[in-house]
Ligand binder design. Sequence first.
Ligand code: CIR
Length: 256
Amino acid sequence: MFQRAIVRPPTDNFAEGLTTVDLGVPDFARALEEHARYSEALERCGLLVTHLSPDPRYPDATFVEDTAILTPRGAVLTRPGAPERLGEAAAIEPALRCFFPGLPRIEPPGTVDGGDVCEAGDHFFIGISTRTNAEGARQLARHLAAWGYTSAEVDVRNVAGILHLKSGIAAIDDKRLVLMEALAGHPAFRGYERLVVAPDETYAANCVRVNDALLVAAGFPRFEADVRRLGLETIVLDMSEFQKMDGGLSCLSLRF
Ligand code: CIR
């Protein structure tokens, strides 16, 4: 069960962040509104939410998930793979140290974005992407192993249409995974119950299990219907403005 979350609302220069998609310029007022609804949803799931100040030095800083890996046994400060985002780890470090006094970090030349790390119970999938390199993945795996967790690497560099591993997968729990079609047959996911997302709904694969609920993005009716059949509370959230900046539901919070 999660008890807390950390979020950081977007800044008014949010549209200057990185993006690979061609969905238009995000509307700042609407992004703020969507972020507020998202934070409320976390509260509805029983979490105490820490709201950090918007940080105009980093237009992508609202995607706090990329800056740390939080587990019940310890946390690791990442080293984001995009040079423009490197400073975000130091920016969030003091807030994280309040909760995780021992906070090892990914050291150069390693890079890790939290969006590449998917926790499924005591096992972690670590994506190798344009943001997370092999050295970063190895360092993270060592920290996780020291805490008794296992991990497996999943190379997503040749998977079209996703920025991070978690753009294409999510763990509902330690036995059930949501997977984009292109990753459904990957050997790392053998043995799991798989909910496969149709290619035209791939964005929906980035859903987030928070206690008894699953947060899903609005606008993906087939995925939503499949999720409702799982019997979990389903909270549907508008993510239009964050999607324009390559962001999904998981990236907007750190949960622990
Ligand atoms: C970026 O390109 O880094 C941001 N615009 C989006 C980051 C999304 N983060 C995530 O999926 N964990």
